[in-house]
Design a protein around this ligand. Sequence first.
Ligand code: ZN
Length: 318
Amino acid sequence: MNVTPKLKMKFVAHIVALATAAALGPAALAEPAGTCPPPAGVALQILGSGGPIADDGRASSGYLVWINGKSRILIDAGGGIFLRFGEAKARFNDLEFIGLSHFHADHSADFVALLKSGNFSGRERSLRIAGPAGAGLFPGLTGYLDGMLNGGDGVYRYLQGYLDGSRGLAKLDPVEVAAERAVVYQDDPRSVMIEAAPVPHGIVPALGFRVRIGEVTIVFSSDQNGSNSSFVTFAKDATALVMHLPIPEDATGGALQLHAKPSRIAEIAEAAGADRLILSHFMPRSLKNLQANAGIVRAGYTGPVVLANDLDCLTLRP
Ligand SMILES: [Zn+2]
């Protein structure tokens, strides 16, 4: 689907709301929010819009996709997501897929807390989980799960049932993604398909996710420096593109190995033709002048820009 002028017109009201939000300051919603979960259709709920530092009143990275009133897909489980998951009234039993973009703590530290919560859910069916293959300092998904859940020496070995289905726990069904874009989940009627692809995040193996539900496509950039243009293809024609804005335009040094500047985020979103762009994963250095940083994005991207806050709910239509 191409972004037609007509489609862009649909967002004029949102852009007016954006201008209002800009006047209200960084904490204001950038787009009229829905209420999650809507009884039908697809909604994206921000569980965590913050970064790795515990000073912004935001949970670290986490996103929930509601499908017909059920919490079906979780992308990332950084610190604070355990609490937000409950506040959103999401149910572990309803999850069909969890994607962990990488094994920085701000994207994965609450995962085992969610598993413990799921211990009380009565869930029996397996749960697909996808994450990157390991390299250097970082384990792959299977090594990460083994380190926590292995019945011999795993830190949380009392939860080993998540590895082997014992003790009445739901067996995790892990899939690792290395160098190539891959389908990591598809449901039976083939109405939901999730793909993952590597994204450049310094030395850290990391994945972006593309979630297609019927005619709605949500793409999650994860943390990345934006240097691999194949991500534009991966994000092509997204109904909603979630990108991370932890650094300002004048960032220097190592931060540029890890993250994309606002101007690069805009280029990617514009080239992908995304219907809307959701900015998230803020840190103090990007929050400090958030409206100026968002302004740089808006200068290069012609669609509506949403500044995420924890628990915001966006209903999505194709
Ligand atoms: Zn991060």
